[in-house]
Design a protein around this ligand. Structure first.
Ligand code: UGA
Length: 453
């Protein structure tokens, strides 16, 4: 099928490239000329494992094009995926102005019937507003524009695999034609009939994805309810971690056993500096806002948000307890991205934590395998190290702020030699307290009484 993608941010790029990978003809546009230039010249503006291979395949087979002209992009596709940003407004509500602009563009530029698919994360009932906007702006053209919602459940760092091997594909539709078109678009994923670029020679066995058909309102609600539940789960684990520390228990033991209950599940129970990124925090806020506007008391989610904000202060207390005076001391930081396997530093707990330490007069020497360039743009005042060892050099403490795998397997003897004081403050519970102590480190983390005694 011919598909247009509007917005070449992280969701738009992964969606566009993967739709091309499974055999569709995709045209993608963005209103940022710099981003388009990078893409047109064969580069990628984001770091996302596996995406380089997918985009290379699509280019080679001439199934993916980037255009600066939104009108031409819109006219090229039978289905148009809206993947524009919905950033938070100062009051926490989602800013839907980009969606409104795209609706105006589609309505005025389309010359043939289109399926307009809302992929951006939006509050429930946005689809209805989108339908209204398309009707208002397109009242003169008379072109048929159907609306559907197809929320994404892509995690940064594993987004290509999430797209190609999802557990569910949710489509919110109002008519059978839209359902049929979306089923056709995703047929290769549902039937697993594509050549997988990330698993060779063959993909791991697993159940085929469920194709879930709902109303548009339900599909929108599913997305916000899912992200907010994940945030709630993390904050719950963090609260139990604080209690575990006080009671002499170990949060890792507790959550491991909890997670064995299939009703609870083992993921998103990792205690630490809390959740960040461009999705969970903003979706949580937008969901609270939506609930308030609808007269539903969602203070439970506000509490989850409060707990999350408190993680940085909680961690800072540990730093202060160990270092006593912070002013003038050099602290090495491992990790800047909001999580591992991405270069995204938006709403990163690592960045918040560094700002907190800077405000107390610390000198920071930070390292991240992928996120340094992006961090420099928002945090020019710190020193950037070339390696974890360089970050440790002459530091009085080494903070682990992002759960990159490479930080699990460092040459700890080398780290220790480089440091002024062998003190590890593990904000992601990445290491074993027992092993670190055996290696001669002072070690602090979250919710493990033995390490924090
Ligand atoms: C999240 C959702 O997981 C995706 O399903 C969704 O599609 C996406 O948002 C979106 O709305 O686009 P993502 O933002 O990539 O994906 O990140 P997550 O993997 O959810 O992690 C979010 C934050 O929570 C990270 O800072 C991570 O370090 C933290 N986290 C995660 C924890 O602190 N503990 C955990 O147990 C898990």
């Amino acid at each position: 099928m011919k598909i247009s993608v509007i917005g070449a941010g992280y969701v738009g790029l992964v969606t566009g490239c993967c739709l091309a990978e499974i055999g569709h003809e995709v045209v993608c546009t963005d209103n940022d000329p710099a981003k388009l230039k990078v893409l047109e010249s064969g580069g990628l503006p984001i770091y996302e494992p596996g995406l380089d291979r997918v985009i290379e395949n699509a280019r080679k087979d001439k199934r993916l094009r980037f255009l600066s002209d939104p009108g031409e992009t819109i006219r090229s596709g039978d289905a148009i995926f809206i993947c524009v940003g919905t950033p938070p407004l100062p009051d926490g509500d989602a800013d839907l102005s980009a969606i409104d602009n795209v609706a105006r563009l589609i309505a005025t530029e389309a010359r043939s019937p289109k399926l307009v698919v809302e992929k951006s994360t939006v509050p429930a009932r946005t689809g209805q507003e989108l339908k209204r906007a398309l009707a208002v702006y397109g009242r003169k053209s008379g072109v048929e524009l159907r609306v559907a919602s197809n929320p994404e459940f892509l995690r940064e760092g594993t987004a290509v695999g999430d797209f190609l091997h999802p557990d569910r594909i949710v489509v919110g539709v109002e008519d059978e034609t839209a359902e049929k078109q979306l089923r056709e678009i995703y047929r290769p994923v549902i039937e697993r009939s594509f050549q997988c670029p990330i698993h060779t020679p063959k993909c791991p066995n697993g159940p085929a994805p469920s194709f879930v058909v709902t109303t548009i309102n339900s599909a929108e609600l599913i997305k916000h309810a899912s992200n907010s539940f994940l945030a709630l789960k993390i904050s719950y684990a963090n609260m139990v971690a604080d209690l575990a520390e006080k009671l002499g228990a170990d949060i890792e033991e507790v959550t491991q056993a909890m997670g064995m209950d299939p009703r609870i599940g083992s993921t998103f129970l990792k205690a630490g500096l809390g959740f960040g990124g461009f999705c969970l925090p903003k979706d949580l806020q937008a969901f609270v806002h939506l609930a308030e506007r609808s007269g539903v008391d969602f203070s439970m989610l506000k509490e989850a948000e409060k707990i999350n904000h408190g993680r940085i202060e909680r961690f800072y207390e540990k730093v202060r307890e160990m270092l006593w005076v912070i002013r003038g001391k050099q602290i090495g930081v491992l990790g800047l991205a909001f999580k591992a396997n991405t270069d995204d530093v938006r709403f990163s707990p690592a960045i918040d934590m560094i700002r907190h330490l800077l405000a107390q007069g610390a000198r920071i020497r930070a390292y991240d395998p992928e996120a340094v360039e992006r961090a420099k743009a928002i945090l020019p005042e710190i020193e950037y190290a070339k390696s974890p060892y360089d970050a440790a050099q002459d530091s009085e403490a080494l903070v682990i702020a992002t759960e990159w795998d490479e930080f699990r397997k460092l040459d700890w003897e080398r780290v220790q030699k480089a440091m002024v004081r062998p003190l590890i403050l593990d904000g992601r519970n990445l290491l074993s307290p027992k092993e670190m102590k055996a290696r001669g480190f002072e070690y602090r983390c979250f919710g493990r009484a033995s390490a924090n005694a």
